[in-house]
Write a new protein. Sequence first.
Length: 227
Amino acid sequence: MIGSGSLDNPTYWWYVARTRLLQIVLGASVPAGGRVLDVGSADGPSVAWLGDRLAVDRDLRGLRPGGVCAAIESLPFPDDRFDVVSAFDVVEHCEDEGSALSELRRVTKPGGVVMISVPAYQWMWSDFDVRAGHYRRYTRPRLRRATIAVGLRAERVTHIFAATLPFFVAVRMLTKWRGGIADRVRPLPSFLERVLLALSRLDEMILRRWNLPAGSSVVMLARKLPS
């Protein structure tokens, strides 16, 4: 698993937009004063909205004082510890997704929530995924089945980045045609970043009331049922 590019490019439009989209979809499910674990916190710039949280990552660059260096497949915490456990763009890096998801569930309190985001659509697979260390991309049914299999109840599953999906598809197609390598953190012209951020605002407006049926990422809110 590699560290997030947001550490080096925190103002890149995708990270800025994702921060807002995740907060709109998931923010209301973070209880005031709750115990929060963020797995993959080398992406710290995108998750400040989680509030006070314990950060876990294999990339030491993203860890604040008090953070823990550990892998998602072997979290060094007792069972039923946290009210909220998040893993944003992490599970796709795990060869054994069942082990990773089981660990997220294990450390969550009964009645607590697990928050996940993953890249969408296997047909969008490119050299970027290879370089990033991805094992797979997801659909909503695929992610729902994986979480149900480990004993979590999916409460909300939606795509994000719907309005900008044509941009992602065009980049993938152009990259494959040229035989090059896609890099989502490559600087873009400022006017294009402004356009993409404006388009992501459309997602924000819709997500306040409804789920999105398409988009380049999938976001899930799942709950650990009491025994």
